[in-house]
Design a protein around this ligand. Structure first.
Ligand SMILES: [Zn+2]
Length: 441
């Protein structure tokens, strides 16, 4: 057996379940060996934190939880969904909200600068809010403005993150680091250099990564131009009905589909319409007998659509994984197997099968290093006086089971999970004990 500190997952969307009494057990994560999840990533947090901390505490939660305050959430409180530039008064209001959330126990701020409304902010706005976080000894976690070649480009987006660290003087953590799409493949080497130069300058830059070659996101976020959705879904379809704008929207959507590798590389994993789930965008366009870019809007009319987007190259995945400043993070959200499989998959595929990293690197980058990045006291190590978050797994059977056709299968091979000194998984079976706590900064 392998005895390890419990895994710490720095990027999840588990809050969507932690808030529900019948799902707050957090089993998809628990069975991976995760004992602490971070929520509120990608600029999107539940607001106000204090209300949700109370709810989690009252219902009980299966793993520990750490909250970040989402920049997009804060921006929406002050500026709504508009793409307006923040005035100095707006910034002051946003800083006050960030302070309120830090006081409630958040460990730092997250941004989703790729997504609306985070994408509408400029770097100065983000630096101003990050300074409030820095005063509270918090961290900055980011979904970069561009992981591909949509707007500023991947390299410039990394430079922006570094600049925020330089000016606001706080640690920068880049979430789900990747080179998304053929346009930016093989940039990992240049990015590693860029980050290591920043580290030499004294800026604390780290990253997390999930061990899959497909990303997952909303179909709208993936291919619809941001200007077209300013104001929300209704505004998008008002613009779409205008003949002139529709032409431009479709042309840009088509370009974004190409950037993602074409319509065959976009697999629908979540939709209220079951006929779309499990089909790629090309198949859907054939089903509806329209062009792929038109099929995007036909499907979006039915509601939220999530896609798995096959857009990464193994060389980049491996190089990032081998950096000592890159830790494991699932980015677990519904429909992508990473929610159920990230940590055991990294062990099974990248440690055992492909030998890209060794066992010690995997464990350190899933526990102690992650605790250090997030500044979590007394967790992430097996050490006297530390909290007893401990897992025991069988090295011969520890493995992910979830895949793209069935993303909802619990991982195998975890024999024991102990959280805050109490057993949550006993001989591979969930004890139904909710042993987690909300960790407050
Ligand atoms: Zn993200």
């Amino acid at each position: 057996m392998v005895v390890s500190p419990g895994f710490i997952d720095p990027h999840t969307h588990a809050d969507r379940e932690l808030k529900l009494a019948d799902k707050s057990h957090n089993k998809p994560f628990l069975f991976q060996g995760i004992t602490t999840v971070v929520v509120g990533n990608d600029g999107d947090s539940y607001f106000p934190s204090s209300k949700f901390i109370d709810r989690y505490t009252k219902n009980g939660i299966g793993t520990n939880a750490i909250l970040l305050v989402g920049h997009g959430t804060v921006r929406e409180q002050v500026l709504g969904k508009s793409d307006k530039e923040a005035s100095p008064e707006d910034i002051l209001k946003m800083q006050a909200i960030v302070q309120q959330e830090m006081d409630a126990g958040a460990f730092g701020i997250s941004t989703g600068l790729f997504y609306a409304p985070g994408s509408y902010s400029n770097t100065d706005e983000v630096i101003a809010l990050a300074k409030t976080v820095a005063k509270n000894n918090g961290i900055y976690d980011t979904h970069l403005r561009d992981e591909s070649s949509y707007t500023v480009g991947l390299i410039s987006a990394i430079e922006e993150a570094i600049e925020i660290g330089r000016q606001a003087k706080l640690p920068i953590h880049i979430s789900h680091i990747k080179c998304l799409g053929v346009d930016v493949w093989n940039q990992s080497k240049a990015i590693v250099e860029l980050i290591e130069n920043a580290q030499k300058e004294g800026i604390n830059v780290t990253a997390n990564q999930y061990p899959y070659d497909a990303s997952a996101t909303g179909l709208k976020a993936a291919v619809v131009p941001r200007w077209a959705e300013s104001g929300g879904m209704d505004s998008l379809f008002i613009r779409y009905k205008n003949r002139k704008l529709r032409k431009r929207i479709l042309a840009e959507t088509k370009k974004n589909i190409t950037r993602r590798g074409g319509p065959k590389k976009l697999l629908i994993v979540k939709s209220t319409e079951s006929k779309f789930v499990g089909k790629n965008l090309l198949e859907i366009s054939e089903l509806l007998n329209v062009l792929p870019e038109v099929a995007v809007f036909e499907t979006l009319k039915t509601g939220y659509i999530r896609v798995a987007s096959f857009n990464m190259n193994p060389k980049d995945i491996h190089l990032f994984m081998q950096q000592k400043w890159v830790v494991t993070g699932s980015d677990g959200n519904t429909g992508h197997p990473r929610k159920y499989g990230s940590f055991p998959r990294k062990y099974y595929k990248y440690v055992k099968q492909d030998q890209i990293i060794d066992l010690a690197t995997f464990i350190n980058g899933s526990t102690s290093k992650t605790a250090e990045i997030l500044k979590i006291p007394k967790r992430g190590k097996l050490k006297e006086d530390y909290f007893a978050d401990i897992i025991i797994f069988n090295p011969n059977t520890f493995k992910d089971k979830a895949n793209y056709s069935d993303a909802f299968q619990l991982a195998e091979g975890l024999e024991y999970s102990i959280i805050n000194g109490k057993i949550a998984i006993d001989k591979g079976t969930f004890t139904k004990q909710l042993n987690g706590r909300v960790l407050k900064k």
